[in-house]
Write a protein of this length. Structure first.
Length: 331
């Protein structure tokens, strides 16, 4: 991913966006000299780069580069992806590209005084030459490759590298669309893993919050005297199976999460404790209700067009509920 893609993926907050764009110029351990909010944006930038480098779509794109330029395949693919994003902008974003680019530049300008001097120099140059919008044209990426080639320390074949894109434009576009969709989900999960979920859960009425990757949930339940019923929404079979032993006699374990591995169940718990393991389908009945709502013109189904993209992007922590009263979809 290059500058424009990083801006789009980090646009949840201005600080994340700025950190996402400047990421290539910030080296070393974070936060370093950066404010905490900008450092988080740089950390997200690095996390995205790590995710992209292991994604099969990125490997497909690298394989499309000829042997002559294969050594620089990663650099070329990053630039080609920004070209596809800018060229087909209306398919990926609701704002006009020129307005969006100017908005990014303004956000960066507001934080220039907090950036290292060398980074500030390149950010000013980016705005002056309008790098982000220039990716929309093939001449724009040809110019980028020419400048990169001239500033490289050793001779290289980057000049004329746009020919690699022209050899298979639909292939690169398909790779990017696949990768962007998966990266949006990754970004949502990455941000969620760093948010204070416990605080949100308590605000929603939770009495006790615990994290399965940090605490022994079964031991926690046992210390509380066990439970009459447990609704398991996670899909990890080992964690779910351990919960069965923390039920009171005749207690029920209701499984909602479905994983790829089988769920091991102790016959001793079922017989001695008279425990029950139940499953519940949460998707199918809801889908039928939605189908009926469309047929009966029940509102606010029109808000689904607003809610669904936000849900797919990972912007919603729990669930998205279309509200008749407010006329909008609220997380």
């Amino acid at each position: 991913m290059n500058f424009l893609a990083h801006a789009v993926l980090a646009e949840r907050t201005p600080a994340l966006m700025v950190g996402g764009v400047i990421g290539d110029w910030i080296k070393g351990i974070l936060p370093g000299c950066l404010p905490t909010d900008l450092a988080q944006g740089v950390a997200l930038h690095r996390a995205i780069d790590g995710f992209v480098e292991t994604h099969p779509a990125f490997h497909c794109s690298r394989s499309r580069i000829s042997q002559e330029r294969r050594r620089y395949a990663g650099v070329l693919v990053d630039i080609f992806y920004d070209h596809v994003l800018a060229r087909d902008w209306a398919r990926f974003h609701s704002d006009m590209l020129p307005l969006y680019c100017q908005s990014v530049y303004r956000q960066i300008e507001a934080r220039l005084g907090e950036l290292p001097e060398s980074t500030s120099f390149f950010m000013r140059l980016m705005a002056q030459e309008n790098w982000l919008q220039s990716y929309a044209e093939l001449d724009g990426i040809a110019d980028v490759l020419r400048r990169m080639s001239q500033h490289a320390r050793r001779p290289n074949p980057l000049i004329g590298g746009e020919a690699e894109f022209l050899a298979d434009p639909s292939g690169f576009a398909a790779d990017f669309e696949w990768l962007l969709a998966d990266t949006r989900v990754f970004v949502g999960q990455w941000l969620l893993s760093r948010s204070d979920i416990a605080e949100d859960a308590r605000a929603l009425g939770t009495h006790l919050y615990t994290e399965t990757n940090k605490e022994d949930v079964a031991a926690k339940l046992q210390s509380m005297g066990c439970a009459q019923a447990i609704v398991a929404t996670i899909s990890d079979p080992a964690t779910v199976s351990a919960l069965l032993g923390e039920l009171v006699p005749q207690g029920r374990l209701v499984v909602l999460g479905v994983g790829k591995d089988p769920l091991p169940v102790s016959a001793g718990h079922l017989v001695v404790g008279e425990h029950s393991v139940l499953g519940s389908i949460t998707g199918s009945p809801n889908e039928k209700r939605l189908d009926f709502s469309v047929l009966a013109n029940v509102r606010p189904m029109g808000l689904a067009n607003e809610a669904y993209p936000r849900m797919k992007s990972g912007d919603v922590k729990f669930r998205m509920v279309p509200s008749v009263a407010s006329g909008s979809a609220q997380p």
